[in-house]
Design a protein around this ligand. Structure first.
Ligand SMILES: [Cu+2]
Length: 335
């Protein structure tokens, strides 16, 4: 193997490279310092600006995801730090004009072989086991351990807004979701639009939402606060404004929030159909008059073909839903 590499390197060294103007040592040093200062400055500016929501987590799920991220990064650094150290050491040691003996006879070195095969194998094994175990413990369908009953919130991704329905409280909101801090929230989510991805970086990782499918995400916030929420899956023209605030509140504030929402417009099926039309919306609140809105969104996509496009057939075929009863139950669910 080493012989092959040597031959390739030898060939490469004979290739004429375009000449690069040589910089003096002082100029080189200044260039390096300016570059390093820029990178450092950028990192400091970003961290002062609190632009690391993935690291500034405030919820159980996100905390554990962050721990995994930090662990994987630290493990990778075990390799990266020595590699970068060696790159610069070798570059310095074998620089032009520095007569250093070149000793590439490493292919018979059993201990070196063990080192550069053993370390990656060990790292990948540890990473694989830890990631597997953590990912399964973070199953979004799994309820969070808590003495409190989870707050039920139905989420509908629309073009280009988020609708949150509280079936137990009888309220709904657009582009704002509120819940008591410390109490687990069970999001039941779907989409009445192209595929989107529900994401509150400080509380939990993103989950895809698709029309005709209902999925779940369990979340809780450690402390009260306002967290950014968004769609992390591009879904068209208004996607950039498809953001919401996740407000973790005290129980008292949450009760006040629910009371405020009760004073909003009535969310009927007709009002929902208006809301579902493509537009970007400000935060708004609703009193839920029709509790079947979420189920209707799911059912809307159960028909693969609109009824008036079904071609007549000579034979009597069973209906798509499998039973007449089901068809009957769905009557009146469509406008
Ligand atoms: Cu009412």
């Amino acid at each position: 193997m080493m012989r092959v590499i040597e031959r390739v390197l030898a060939k490469a060294s004979r290739v004429k490279l375009p000449s690069v103007p040589r910089l003096s040592r002082t100029k080189m040093t200044v260039l390096w310092l300016v570059g390093a200062a820029l990178v450092l400055g950028l990192l400091v500016a970003l961290s002062l600006n609190h632009s690391f929501p993935l690291l500034q987590t405030r919820g159980e799920i996100a905390n554990r995801q962050r721990d995994l991220l930090v662990f994987a990064t630290a493990l990778a650094l075990l390799v990266l730090v020595p590699v970068y150290f060696m790159i610069f050491t070798f570059a310095w040691r074998y620089r032009a004009g520095h007569k250093q003996e070149y000793k590439p006879e490493w292919d018979t070195h059993k201990s070196y072989e063990a080192l550069w095969w053993g370390i990656p194998i060990a790292i990948i094994s540890v990473l694989a086991v830890v990631t597997w175990v953590t990912s399964h413990s973070l199953d979004p369908f799994k309820p969070l351990a808590s003495s409190q009953k989870p707050l039920q919130v139905q989420v509908v991704a629309l073009q280009w807004k988020w609708l949150f329905i509280y079936p137990q409280e009888g309220v709904a909101s657009v582009n704002e979701v509120a819940f008591p801090a410390g109490r687990p929230v069970e999001f039941t989510m779907t989409s009445d639009a192209p595929m989107n991805s529900f994401w509150i970086p400080q509380l939990a990782g993103q989950i895809y939402v698709m029309s005709g499918m209902s999925t779940k995400l369990h979340v809780s916030a450690d402390t009260t606060g306002v967290y950014e929420g968004m769609s992390s899956n591009i879904s068209g023209k208004g996607f950039a404004d498809m953001k919401f605030k996740a407000r973790a509140m005290t129980v008292r504030d949450f009760d006040a929030w629910v009371t405020k929402a009760h004073g909003g417009e009535h969310l009927t099926q007709q009002r929902y159909d208006m809301l579902a039309k493509p537009s970007t919306n400000k935060v708004s609140y609703f009193h839920v008059a029709d509790r079947s809105v979420y189920d209707n969104v799911i059912m809307k996509y159960m028909h693969s073909t609109p009824p008036n496009e079904v071609k007549p057939t000579e034979e009597k075929v069973p209906s798509r839903m499998g039973s007449n009863e089901m068809e009957h139950n769905m009557e009146g669910m469509h406008q």
